[in-house]
Design a protein around this ligand. Sequence first.
Ligand SMILES: [Zn+2]
Length: 88
Amino acid sequence: MPLRPRRCAHCDTDFQPRRRTARFCSARCRVAAHRAVRRVLDPPPVRVRLTVDELYLLRDGVGLLVDAGQQDAQALFDRLGALLDAMD
Ligand SMILES: [Zn+2]
């Protein structure tokens, strides 16, 4: 018995499935849908560029955490200091 037409899960057009589990009208839509999911689950890194003033502010903020006893913040404070030294 032929399967009933169904709607593609990616492009919303009706298609005639050849398999009972088919969700997409074509390999192209199947790949595109997979890539769309990957873009959400694994987005490319966002690059942020900070000014020198913003780096100093960040380092000073991390310094407050160090002063408050956040030992984990010391390494970040040191790295920010090294970064700022390299920029001078
Ligand atoms: Zn489609």
